[in-house]
Design a binder for this molecule. Sequence first.
Ligand code: DGJ
Length: 742
Amino acid sequence: MGITWQEGQRLFRLDTPNTTYLIGVVDKEGFLGHVYYGRRLEDTAGAEELLRILEAPFTPESNDRERASFMDSFPWEYSAHGVGDFRESSVRVRDRNGCSAVMLTYVSHEIRSGKPPLKGLPATFGGEEQTQTLEITCEDRVLGLRAILSYSVFRDTDAIARSVRFENIGGSELWLEKALSCCLDMDDPGLDAITLHGSWARERHMERKPVGHGKFSVSTLRGASSHQEHPFMALLTSGANQDQGEVYGFHLVYSGNFLIQAEVNQFDSVRVVAGINPEDFSWKLEPGEAFQTPEVILTYSAQGLGAMTRSLHDLYRNHLIRSPYLHKKRPILINNWEATYFDFDEKKLLAIAQESAALGIEMLVMDDGWFGGRCDDSRALGDWQVNEEKLKGGLGKLVEQVNALGMKFGIWFEPEMISEESELYRAHPDWALEVPGRTRTRSRNQYILDISRREVRDHIMERMFAVLHSANIEYVKWDMNRSLTDLGSVALPPDRMGELYHRYVLGVYEMQERLISEFPDLLLENCSGGGGRFDPGMLYYSPQIWCSDDTDAIERLTIQESTAMLYPLSAIGAHVSVCPNHTVGRNTPFETRGYVALAGTFGYELDVTKLSAEDRALVSGQISVYHRFHDLVREGDYFRLASYQENKSFDCFQICDREKEKSLVFYTQVLSRPNRRSRILRLKGLDERAVYRILTVDMNSGTLTEDTGRLVSGAVLMWGGMRLENFTGDFRSRLYYLEKAE
Ligand code: DGJ
């Protein structure tokens, strides 16, 4: 790791273990150009030539006649607006004359150890030994605008965190109308883009397509990172796969409206920009005020998507998730949502808890429906008092009884919302977002609280804290069940209304920060109608996020594959639920549901009192498997061996410990195939010189069964492959455990 300023070449050099990033400063004009991002360079001699300033149209200093041509072809490190670069700008500023041009040029820089936090925003972190930060100060003297471009590198991970801080250093107010977090210009070697798309219950399905001329983007205006698009884009050289080819990854650490865009221009160069979606965004900067953009993570891999995945997993585990649960075994939970929906009382919950405790389940989570008059989804959001008609004896008594069974207790909240039919709404109708003169837009029967307002946040936090202090509650599920509309706040003047979307997100972050500061040992799980706000921003507050309301094991193969391409398995909320599945009506073996949930945080979401004896026996087996392998699943390196999204037939992935001593292979056959031989799949991440014993995990008993003669060398497993015995039956899984033989 290291950042250096190479004075002779006027280059900044940023190194991670396997990558180099170079930024050039053009002498007189102070233009900041992107020189190189790719595999690590031993020597950078001559790299400045990549800026092409010695060929026509030359720089304006030597050829001002063609200033616009230069502006429109130079590889900018952070693109300007309205001065001749007709590609996507990174920033646009409205000044008091109504003009919007911006041109930032180099003023100074600072290289420092460590990584400063971003005020009010989630961000990666690392100590002085682990991280280094370059801050390049640029200015537009006409506007009186300063921009500090920040780049942090990590000693142990191939990632660069970029963000920008704007300061109004002039005497007049300015309005930022666009303030993206990064721009990356490079020649287009012929790239494909991978992006993630979906909807409720169908989150993060992968799409790959060639990037052609023009603009290709993913974005949202839903106020949350969304089910529909994910704040991520990978650009790959066209043949790149899991193990080979070049991959550039862009992942935003932000939970609101975003834009990530790739643009190929007339000279076949590609520009990638990422940040807060400029649509419906503006931010007023009074003289002396500052604005901080969210952070974007850049990764580069010369060894395909798999290496990108492992860099992101390491980055998020080591430098983003802060929870004390990060490296700890998560309690096996049972959530009552799919078991009871709103129809429960303390008796039903206790019956579920008793049966669960007997099976070894460790925590009961009481989902939606425990507060105010909440008997369905039409009422009571905002009334965060326990409904004692439902829970006779109150929350304290219920939690004591659950604790007496040896189980922890967790609870659900939806703090950002308000129902019209609620005490809160009757007292404060103006606390819901509203555009004057327009009927509010209902979604799931609810409105959105204006959490850009401090008094609204204070009230909700006070109510939540009162509930959480009233009993021994060790887990909170923080839900958010609709997209933002009605963007109007009575607390903001007209020329600040464009700040509302971002202020809302800042409000969420502030509330979650207060929650985990007040209850430092709390296990927080974020959720948004399933996985509608599953993003790196939320991971800064909660070590796990509910991945999808679709708990069907086969649907989950796709959702979890794409989610695991970016996030460690320890972050992926996954439960075993009942069949026929409530979302798709599919029947899958209980065993398979267990394997799929074991590749996440693992828990149950069903009425355990109604399980058949056969399934109950499997619960015990699954729990033993979880106890045996939770650390490997949580901490191991992840390798994708086959993609059901691509082959439409089967799913397979592998987890290895760092020492290459042990490994798990998860295999799911979606549809059985007639008249086939065994399947041979090449494993990854093993020690070629070692010999491994292959064991099959028996989910019925939770034990390992040794197949005779299955001692195979790492080299054979990796280059020849592992033979997976043919078996019949649809939706069936196998779990194999490999350990180094003595
Ligand atoms: C949506 C969540 O994703 C579900 O798990 C459940 O908590 C419901 N909301 C409750 O309203």
